[in-house]
Ligand binder design. Sequence first.
Ligand SMILES: Cc1cc2nc3c(=O)[nH]c(=O)nc-3n(C[C@H](O)[C@H](O)[C@H](O)COP(=O)(O)OP(=O)(O)OC[C@H]3O[C@@H](n4cnc5c(N)ncnc54)[C@H](O)[C@@H]3O)c2cc1C
Length: 294
Amino acid sequence: MLNDLEYFEPETISDVITFLAKHGKDTKLIAGGTDLLVDMKKGKVKPKYLVNLMKIPELSHIIEDGGGLRIGATTTFREIEESKLIKEKYPLLFEAARAMGTVQIRNMATIGGNICNALPSADIPPALVALDAKAKIVGQSGERFLPLEEFFVGIRKTALESDELIREVHVKSPPAGSGTAFLKIGRTASDLATLNVAVRVTLENNGACKEVRVVVGGGVGPTLIRSKRAETLLEGKILEEPLIEKTAREVSKELKPRPTSIRASPFYKIEVSKVLVKRALMKALGRAKAGEDR
Ligand SMILES: Cc1cc2nc3c(=O)[nH]c(=O)nc-3n(C[C@H](O)[C@H](O)[C@H](O)COP(=O)(O)OP(=O)(O)OC[C@H]3O[C@@H](n4cnc5c(N)ncnc54)[C@H](O)[C@@H]3O)c2cc1C
């Protein structure tokens, strides 16, 4: 099955870019391999060249930088989960990373792979979008930054060109007065999400909601969904339970679950989203009020 495959282990990003410029269309990059190797085994993907990113030191790091965080593309979920910096200052990322797969999978799986695989049920993307994160993309024509929200263009489709890779993810530090929460339900503890929700609530000094993000994943559309209705309904208001409950119902109207999902029916996902979004908003609000997230 893998007979015609040529395998490379470059040690620098510029070697990868040079290789992709020549062979991008026939190449698959591999990081942890937890998605790609499954696809290759099933014969869904048949690359001519396989380029391993895991031997490139410049791709693996968690660095606090100015007002934010830079996470290298091959940083594993386990490294994210175990980072004291992330646990203390970016608890939303910690919660999303910890909710992902089993510890064996988290030891191998990378943040770059999770994003580039672009599954609508992936766990880290909703958390990153709730924090207004950007992907740093590098390729033959230089580097560019893309908000994560714009990076996902369809089921397993991204805005990456064939000669590009993700180098880093840049995450802004949540503003003062922020509280966050990540909730997920799955058929089993280690399954992909039937539904996941990432929320950030940022409060003004007077207690009103300055900014909110409600991001829902889990096959509720071709990509995750950042709820604009939630932002319209909640920003500028004092957040109380009835308004949050109404908002959760409104968010559910923006979801378009696929009828063919193997995990749950559209009806189930819509009904559960109302509960999960409400719970996540209440939790994030409580944390913002308590100053737990900073
Ligand atoms: C048993 C099991 C359980 C799982 N549970 C979960 C779960 O609960 N939640 C969840 O979100 N996911 C889950 N997954 C899916 C998977 O583990 C994640 O999506 C993982 O983060 C993929 O990362 P990777 O490093 O293994 O990617 P790989 O498989 O190496 O690559 C995935 C894709 O991304 C591309 N790619 C990788 N890195 C880059 C880069 N830097 N730039 C450009 N393209 C790149 C590859 O070419 C490939 O197309 C599970 C998988 C398994 C097998």
